[in-house]
Design a protein around this ligand. Structure first.
Ligand SMILES: NC(=O)c1ccc[n+]([C@@H]2O[C@H](COP(=O)([O-])OP(=O)(O)OC[C@H]3O[C@@H](n4cnc5c(N)ncnc54)[C@H](OP(=O)(O)O)[C@@H]3O)[C@@H](O)[C@H]2O)c1
Length: 397
């Protein structure tokens, strides 16, 4: 059994998605269910559940607040990590935990490699650095992945902050004097898993960050442009947002070691941000030739330049291709004639078009006909909908 601690966090959530998709058993208690600072409870939990691998995603991440809540930061980021590593050693199992680019002072002026000397300039950075050292001392079978500017779905992260600003502010100031690289939880999870599955495992520290460095300003500007923000984007400094001067100015991590071992290239952060923002997403619109469906198709094409639509319609009595004649000439639209109950057809559409969303307008809707032929209503309205959901579940989890 795999234990993922800090189960409600953004990295932990990504791990759960990945394990579910790959049918791998795991437990992912949140902070209330398993507080990693409750040393005895953690030990009991690991023993009781016969845990064979611990992936520690729990952390104290509030960089500014840590300056005032030093004890909490050290307890969670250092001593609880030490305890986890120790229990793993006693059970002779591997321990995975995550650290940060903030263990460096930011003065190198060049990408940081694993051998570079650390010199954290914040309580947060020092607590994570101590966690690294204690974990490595406690358990030889420890993997530490240093990551930077993490973002994952459902997370509290910089992209979400920028999205909130975009919705509420006419001008937005972002710091130009902090440089590193945004890193997607998807890449962290996939790469962690690849490293864990190598035959010859080399324990210790790995740097894992998105390709290409950027400033917060450049990253924010990129996100705002993708969101179609029309306000002013202003250059600021870190100290415009906080009174603590505790963030390294330059902390890009070099992922060369991991890339060489796995013979991969970590994706550029921009492509991952696009994915996160769901730019260029593909919608399957069923019943798209019907009255509401056709209007939805027109609306989406008018409002969103960067989408693709796959219109699936059986074209019986309610659907009429004439209603979307003009839209079908648009290169963003593909049309498929067929039934939502047809599993093979729906699966092929998902496979060919890499569907991100399904908007289901396909329905038997003429009440009079339900008296004459109730069977077809059950098939389309119930089984057809279930079919769409089943296929989506297979492709998305
Ligand atoms: N986020 C970043 O930009 C970033 C940058 C560099 C490194 N990292 C590192 O990457 C790893 C994953 O970060 P993340 O972005 O997934 O963080 P996250 O979303 O903040 O998740 C951390 C989780 O840990 C939980 N937690 C805190 N104290 C706990 C405790 N005592 N016991 C159990 N759970 C506890 C938190 O719960 P509550 O919310 O209830 O407190 C939260 O759900 C962490 O090691 C982090 O330090 C993150």
């Amino acid at each position: 059994m795999i234990l993922i601690t800090g189960g409600a966090g953004q990295l932990a959530t990504e791990f759960q998605r990945f394990f579910k998709k790959n049918s791998i058993d795991f437990l992912a208690p949140n902070r209330l269910e398993l507080d990693i600072t409750d040393f005895d409870k953690v030990r009991d939990y690991i023993l009781k559940n016969d845990v064979g691998l611990v992936i520690n995603c729990a952390a104290y991440n509030l960089v500014d607040k840590a300056e005032e809540e030093k004890d909490s930061a050290y307890m969670i980021n250092a001593y609880a990590v030490e305890n986890l590593a120790k229990i793993c050693r006693e059970r002779k199992i591997e321990f995975v935990t995550y650290s940060t680019d903030f263990v460096f002072d930011g003065n190198k002026g060049n990408e940081y490699i694993e051998e570079d000397e650390i010199n954290p300039i914040s309580v947060y950075g020092r607590s994570k650095a101590l966690g690294e050292r204690l974990a490595l001392e406690e358990n030889r079978k420890t993997f530490i992945f240093r990551v930077s500017w993490v973002f994952g779905e459902e997370g509290k992260n910089f992209i979400e902050q920028v999205k909130t600003w975009a919705n509420t502010r006419e001008s937005i100031k972002i710091a130009t004097d902090q440089i590193s690289s945004p890193t997607s939880t998807k890449d962290i999870v996939e790469i962690t898993w690849k490293i864990l599955n190598l035959r010859d495992r080399d324990y210790g520290i790995y740097h894992l960050s998105g390709s290409e460095e950027t400033s917060r300003y450049e990253q924010g500007k990129y996100i705002l442009e993708r969101l179609g923000y029309k306000g002013n984007i202003l250059e600021g400094r870190c100290l415009d947002f906080t009174s603590y001067d505790i963030r390294p100015k330059y902390s890009k991590l070099s992922s060369r070691k991991i890339e060489n071992i796995l013979r991969i290239k970590i994706p550029n952060w921009r492509s991952r941000v696009d994915e996160y923002l769901k730019v260029g997403k593909t919608y399957l619109v069923t019943g798209g030739a019907g009255f509401i469906g056709a209007n939805f198709v027109k609306y989406m094409l008018e409002k969103h330049n960067d989408i693709k639509l796959v219109v699936l319609d059986k074209l019986t009595y309610a659907g009429n291709l004439g209603t979307i004649r003009e839209e079908l000439k648009d290169s963003r639209v593909s049309f498929v004639k067929g039934d939502i109950c047809n599993r093979e057809l729906v699966e092929n559409i998902f496979m060919q078009h890499d569907i991100d969303y399904v908007v289901n307008f396909a329905a038997e809707s003429h009440v009079d006909r339900s008296i004459e032929n109730p069977q077809i209503f059950l098939e389309t309205n119930i089984l057809g909908t279930q079919n769409l959901m089943e296929v989506a579940k297979t492709f998305w989890t």
